[in-house]
Design a protein around this ligand. Structure first.
Ligand code: UDP
Ligand code: MG
Length: 333
């Protein structure tokens, strides 16, 4: 149990948005609509479904248009080309107007039936409810294994608490969606960004189903670039590797240089030229790694600056409404 920053509207007045990015999902879309409509109608509150077409090559967009024509609660956003899952999801979040916004995959691997439970936790005061998969069926051993390994590597490389084994299926409070909107970075690793914004977050365990229809839209190439976005977006460790290597190589080089001098000056057991060559190679190797590391440290900081993430986010204010308005008018925060 946690306390909501702002009181949650009662059930009849809660606006619920569901956002689903779709890329070539025509086979599954009618089933998605049917299952979501059943679940959302059962909530007894106004809702909207924001479908984003991420430049599909099949009939996805045509289906979305038809759905929107039949049901005003269904909104369709068609992107001009394929921008990738994370950007499509961002576009959907930007168009959602609900008090609580749920991001879901269009392939029904994320069960819509979990939504009422997510909303209950949100009502209890949680700002983010992420769905954590306990099992994944219908996926290759390779995908399962690489995904598990990835989340663990990422966790060890970053200070941001990114929960293990969670996808993008999650409920977010309006405040969190607005906060995400303040993060203009282009290489978006949404699940990391949602962790980064903070607020009160909790998990909900579920069993991930098989894809309802079609094939995965994440071939190995996309998965790798996604993993890189995750690591580079939330960790400077790879950039700092050269610094650490540089320190250790320099220490070893110093010891080796002592040994070379000992062999040459005291033992006289070496051929001419060997000592000077060894000293030069060891010394330069250490210096180079150290300076590359130094450059890496600066690049890391430049990366941080150009990302333009807000310095901090406020979850709640008390007795500050008037002052805050004045500040806002003055162009601050
Ligand atoms: N998706 C998208 N754009 C893309 C790739 C995927 O909008 O370029 C959508 C896709 O339609 C699905 C979701 O992102 O709703 C997750 O993709 P997928 O199910 O293929 O990934 P997997 O579950 O295999 O990791
Ligand atoms: Mg999927």
């Amino acid at each position: 149990m946690t306390q909501a920053a702002r009181p949650r509207p009662d059930a009849a007045h809660t606006r619920v948005s569901v956002v689903a990015p779709c890329f070539d999902e025509q086979e599954g879309l009618p089933a998605l609509r049917a299952r979501l409509t059943t679940v959302l109608d059962g909530l007894g509150c106004p809702w909207e479904l924001v479908l984003v077409d991420d430049g599909s090559r099949d009939g996805t967009l045509a289906l979305m248009r038809a759905f929107a024509a039949e049901d005003p609660r269904i909104k369709a956003v068609g992107l001009s080309r394929n921008f990738g899952h994370q950007v499509a999801a961002t576009a959907g979040l930007d168009h959602a107007t609900g008090d609580a916004v749920i991001l879901i995959d269009a392939d029904l691997q994320d069960p819509p039936e979990l939504i009422p439970q997510m909303l209950d936790l949100w009502r209890e005061g949680w700002d983010v409810v992420y769905a954590q998969r306990r099992t994944r069926v219908g996926e290759t051993v390779f995908k399962r294994w690489t995904a598990q390994a990835f989340y663990r590597v990422l966790r060890s490389l970053t200070q941001v608490h990114i929960p293990l084994d969670t996808g993008d299926f999650r409920l977010m409070d309006r405040q969190v969606v607005d906060a995400l909107h303040q993060l203009p970075e282009r290489h978006r690793f949404l699940r990391g960004l949602v962790s980064w914004v903070g607020f009160r977050q909790t998990g909900l365990v579920f069993d991930r189903a098989e894809r309802f229809a079609g094939t995965t839209k994440y071939p190995l190439r996309k998965m790798l670039s996604f993993a890189l976005d995750g690591i580079t977006g939330f960790s400077f460790v790879p950039l700092q590797v050269a610094s650490w290597l540089g320190v250790w190589v320099s220490i070893l080089a110093f010891l080796a240089i002592c040994w070379v001098l000992w062999e040459t000056l005291v033992m006289h057991g070496t051929v001419p030229g060997w000592a000077s060559l060894m000293v030069a190679i060891l010394f330069i190797g250490g210096v180079q790694l150290l300076t590359i590391g130094l450059i890496g440290e600066y690049i890391g900081r430049i990366l941080d600056e150009v990302r333009q993430r807000p310095l901090y986010l406020v979850r709640e204010r008390h007795n500050l409404a008037r002052e805050f308005e004045a500040l806002r008018e003055a162009g601050r925060p």
